[in-house]
Write a protein that binds this ligand. Structure first.
Ligand SMILES: Cc1cc2nc3c(=O)[nH]c(=O)nc-3n(C[C@H](O)[C@H](O)[C@H](O)COP(=O)(O)OP(=O)(O)OC[C@H]3O[C@@H](n4cnc5c(N)ncnc54)[C@H](O)[C@@H]3O)c2cc1C
Length: 411
């Protein structure tokens, strides 16, 4: 198979579909082809938001994005998720935290709308095309998938990062651009569980608790977030934990997590509560000390980890210092992070093509005719719809600017 087109978009995910739509909308007469290695486009979209697709957030600002690229500069100049999808006939709804979903709460609504829009504009999808090399420069590029090839005048690279490789994203295109001389910002899993010593987690597996997560590097507080914390046999998980994962790259893997398991209580209130329990449950064993505050296994874990004494002892035997130490662990249960979980468990990629290789149009500053969008670029958003908003916005900007760069040029 040998195909010729004006614009080839590599990767048919969220940013690739947006880029193709924007390019065709800007210049309806040009030919746009999406080259996707999987058997269908939009595979990852179907899995987002637990199948409900959290496609954006009403509260968009700089602090939710991390990396060398100024994501908000692009986002401010493109439609927000509500308008972007309204244009495709998709109704949206939002929750109390500003997270935007399709009103159907089905990710299929989103992928379907994008595919219909592409079809109505005449974008051609070529699936099963695994771009394994790119040759050429400025006006004439050729991308290869084994013996098949697509030649084009412009390239938009939307091949994602390394996260969740089951959806076709294994970073192979990033490696290709590293070989072409592009600077690649340090790559680590983001929006991912954090690995901690399994020995320290013993007894916690399967527990979920509402609390606050604080991330520290040495003594410096890096970030804090409240939400549901989940414990596995070797990691801390939950969205509030995911949002701390990007700090690993920034702080050379030295990260300490402190969980506040009763964030709505002050230290004084907690000490008073513990003293009351010592008085009212004094005749019972230590096993019952915290069962009024936490599920049984978590209650036992805190007492065991703090006191390292037989649980058969009576609650009345607890000293003031014992109560103080227990309160301290409830307000700051400490875990030293050993790393982030494997790519299979990550939802996004920290790092990628560095801002120094990209101009304001999301075009390459090293090679004329190449544009980039989505997770392949060095920016990552927090959980809450920020990554998909980036994908729609950067795809729209790259597609539009790419098509504009062709206008007026002779074919
Ligand atoms: C389980 C899960 C849930 C998530 N939930 C949310 C959520 O609710 N809200 C949110 O904002 N974000 C969410 N994300 C993150 C979000 O899905 C991604 O950040 C976003 O999809 C990135 O878009 P993209 O177009 O850059 O890359 P992708 O969507 O990853 O698309 C890249 C495409 O490129 C293709 N490709 C890669 N290499 C090649 C190649 N060599 N040749 C041809 N094609 C290639 C891939 O097959 C893939 O289809 C979630 C991620 C995961 C894994």
């Amino acid at each position: 198979m040998k195909i010729k087109t004006d614009i080839a978009v590599v990767g048919g995910g969220a940013s690739g579909l947006s880029a193709a739509i924007a390019a065709k909308t800007e210049s309806p007469s040009i030919n746009v082809v999406i080259a996707e290695r999987l058997e269908r486009v939009a595979s990852k979209i179907l899995a987002t938001g637990g199948g409900r697709c959290n496609l954006g957030n009403k509260n968009l600002c700089e602090r939710f994005y991390h990396g060398s690229i100024d994501a908000m500069k692009i986002i401010k100049n493109t439609p927000d998720a509500v308008d972007f999808f309204a244009d495709m006939g998709v109704l949206t709804a939002s929750d109390s935290e500003g997270r935007i979903y399709p009103a159907s709460y089905s990710a299929a609504t989103v992928s379907n709308a994008l595919r219909l829009k592409c079809a109505s504009l005449g974008v051609r999808e070529i699936c099963g095309f695994n771009a394994d090399s790119i040759t050429g420069h400025s006006e004439a590029f050729e991308i290869f998938s084994g013996n098949d090839s697509i030649s084009c005048r412009r390239l938009i690279i939307c091949a994602g990062g390394y996260a969740a490789p089951r959806f076709g994203t294994d970073g192979s295109i990033i490696r290709l651009f590293r070989e072409r001389g592009y600077k690649i910002a340090k790559i680590t899993p983001a929006a991912a569980p954090l690995k901690v010593d399994p020995g320290v987690l013993k007894g916690l597996k399967g527990i979920r608790v509402k609390g606050s997560v604080r991330a520290f590097s040495d003594k410096k507080l890096l970030g804090e977030e409240q939400g549901e914390i989940q414990f596995t046999d070797n990691s801390l998980s939950g969205i509030c934990v995911f949002n701390m994962a990007h700090f690993l790259a920034e702080h050379d893997g030295k990260l300490r997590i402190c969980l506040d398991l009763l964030p709505d209580m002050s230290n004084e209130q907690l000490m008073k509560y513990l003293e009351d329990i010592r008085r009212s449950r004094g005749d019972f064993s230590l096993e019952e000390f915290l069962t009024g505050a936490f599920v049984k296994n978590l209650a036992l874990y805190i007492v065991k980890r703090t006191l390292k004494r037989p649980l058969s002892e009576k609650i009345s035997a607890l000293s003031h210092n014992d109560l103080f130490l227990i309160a301290r662990n409830i307000k700051c249960l400490e875990f030293h992070v050993q790393g982030s979980s494997p790519w299979q468990n990550a939802q996004a990629t920290r790092g990628g093509i560095h801002a120094s290789c990209i101009n304001d149009e999301l075009g390459s500053s090293l090679e004329k005719g190449i544009f980039f969008a989505g997770e392949i670029l060095d920016t990552v958003g927090d959980c809450g719809g920020y990554n998909l908003q980036w994908a729609w916005s950067s795809g729209t900007a790259a597609g539009r600017n790419c098509a504009r760069s062709l206008k007026g040029e002779r074919r």
